[in-house]
Ligand binder design. Structure first.
Ligand code: ADP
Length: 547
């Protein structure tokens, strides 16, 4: 669904007349170059993952012309980011920074506030400022993707690994700032950042961590990437999932390359779900599990084949359990209920020993089978896990998008404690909601020792307005119903950020009050990403913007 004529004219920034907008664009063009300020007045193209638009949310779950920017600007340096920020303060125009804008399922490149100006950092600020093979660290600008960092490491022949999410086209910096996850032992991206360079909403520049200490003769600090906790209050956290600064550089930890072995374990019965989770917990807490493994429902074996749903099912309804069973029985892992994808790290003898312990633990559950990559055909998804869990960025997960015509997806991602009964409560809520609203349920659980990222991938047809409304209703109900049981999301699409923020409302929204106080102090004109993660500056607060 792309390249239709626009139904509406340029979406102007809030409280901005056409004249003021034109003057503002002219002024910014004269300071950072006309080619670096592009007004969003052309037909909207959804493109695809590698040619994604920075004009709107390509995976629009509301009308395509709803979550759009008024313009996109491309600063080429930290100094130009400061220029853009000062310009935004002068014209009181909201700006919304993105690194790459491939935040698919969470809003893509769209600003939270329609008509905001997107600051696309990635296009021109894409250098690997430092890559240290000895320290296993790097410093990156926003435009460095998993693919580009991986390639540079290969080109230099360094014995390093990166940790990538399922899709490798995103920004290393952007994903860490948004607290995304990957699957090697360094899967918690935010936990592996080390010192930030930030432009504040008023245009000042600061560095955090050891990076705040200038090096000799104006060089960067030699300890910037070595130590996270530095000295004094650690303020990095307020720049993650927030709207308090634009991160222009990030120190980041890489891994030393390792020997590794991926595998999967299949479980026969849906009802064993809670027991599977309870079996994973001690293995993870003892450090026997080497990474963040995934537990997936067997239906995902169908859609990672890249085939469309219509191959397996006629009509619009969700597939029945019997149909899933039937279709799965033709696939390499056969008819089962849950599939656990794990990877072990270390030398061969150590991996063998770890696998013995893991097999012994899982074999307590009836009907468990264990699979190595050599046991499945070369195009099976397990081979993709070998790559991702060995630090190789790939695009396999895009195959999901063949499931429906014009497919897009939306993530619903609550956190559960790693305990069968908690995971079961969430799973039941999610399953019931999907059934009620007519969606297939694709749950992937990223399981650590104490918590699970439960990620339901809601796949919808972008050309079907009614289906999109149902996807929105489904998500809103899931957020509500999980919150009633005490569970909340770690991240959410732009549309649901107000609702999710409200669920973190202990003691009369005490947390939000602090966030708002910090926002008003650091961003008195309310220009930086208003509304992101539900935090509205004074200027827009209580004026009907919250959803
Ligand atoms: P991806 O890495 O998946 O392409 P994005 O670049 O879209 O991700 O970033 C995801 C979100 O994180 C953005 O919507 C934005 O709110 C925030 N973000 C990304 N980069 C920065 C940055 N450099 N400074 C501040 N916030 C950022």
């Amino acid at each position: 669904p792309s390249s239709k004529p626009r139904l509406r004219p340029v979406r102007l920034p809030p409280d901005t007349t056409e004249e003021v907008f034109a003057a503002a664009v002219k002024s910014l063009r004269s300071s950072i170059g006309a080619e670096n300020v592009v007004v969003n007045d052309q037909p909207l193209e959804d493109g695809w993952y590698l040619e994604h638009p920075n004009t709107h949310d390509a995976f629009h779950v509301v009308d395509q012309e709803e979550l759009v920017c008024s313009a996109v600007v491309f600063p080429g340096s930290t100094a130009e980011v400061q220029t853009v920020v000062r310009w935004a303060n002068e014209y009181l125009i909201p700006i919304y920074p993105i690194s790459i804008g491939r935040n698919v399922g969470y809003g893509g490149a769209a600003p939270r506030m329609p008509g905001g100006v997107v600051v696309d950092l990635g296009k021109r600020m894409n250098s690997i400022v430092d890559l240290d093979g000895e320290g296993a660290t790097c410093v990156v600008e926003p435009g460095v993707t998993y693919f580009s960092l991986y390639e540079e490491i290969q080109n230099r022949g360094l014995p390093l690994w990166i940790d990538c999410p399922d899709l490798g086209g995103g920004s290393v910096l952007g994903n860490a700032v948004d607290r995304g996850v990957g699957y090697t032992p360094a899967g918690d991206h935010w936990a592996n950042h080390c010192g930030l360079e930030i432009v504040l909403p008023t245009g000042e520049l600061l560095r955090t961590g050891m990076g705040a200490l200038p090096g000799k003769d104006g060089a960067d600090s030699p300890t910037w990437q070595s130590f996270q906790n530095a000295f004094g209050p650690k303020i990095d956290g307020i720049f993650s999932q927030s709207n308090l600064g634009i991160v222009t550089k990030m120190g980041f930890w890489l891994l030393h390359e390792m020997n590794h072995q991926s595998y999967c374990v299949t479980f026969a019965k849906d009802e064993d779900f809670a027991q599977i989770v309870d079996t994973i917990r001690p293995l993870a807490q003892q450090g026997v599990l080497g990474n963040i493994p995934q537990l997936r429902h067997i239906i995902q074996e169908l859609n990672v084949t890249g085939k469309s749903k219509s191959t397996f099912h006629g009509g619009d309804q969700p597939m029945t359990r019997e149909e899933i069973r039937q279709a799965a029985s033709e696939l390499p892992l056969g008819d089962c209920a849950w599939v656990f994808y794990g990877t072990q790290y270390g030398d061969a003898a150590s991996i063998d020993r770890q696998l013995d312990v893991i097999k012994a633990a899982f074999s307590e559950i009836d009907g468990t089978k264990f699979w190595l990559p050599k046991d499945v055909p070369h195009d099976h998804y397990l081979h993709s896990r070998v790559q991702v869990c060995g630090g190789v960025p790939i695009l396999r997960e895009l195959d999901w998008l063949n499931w429906l015509p014009n497919a897009a997806h939306l993530f619903f991602s609550p956190i559960a404690p790693t305990r069968g009964r908690d995971a079961q409560v969430i799973h039941d809520i999610v399953a019931k909601g999907h059934h009620k609203h007519g969606f297939d349920l694709f749950p992937t659980l990223c399981v650590a020792g104490r918590e699970i990222h439960y990620i339901a991938n809601i796949i919808f047809d972008r050309a079907d307005a009614e289906q999109k409304k149902r996807a929105v209703r489904l998500t809103r109900e899931l957020i509500r119903d999980c919150a009633r049981e005490g569970y909340g999301e770690y991240r959410t699409h732009l549309l649901f950020q107000d609702q999710v923020a409200r669920t973190y409302g202990y003691n009369d929204q005490a947390l939000m009050k602090v966030n708002e106080a910090i926002k008003d102090t650091l961003d008195p004109n309310g220009i930086l990403a208003p509304g992101r993660c539900g935090i509205w500056p004074k200027r827009f607060r209580g004026k009907g913007w919250a959803l």
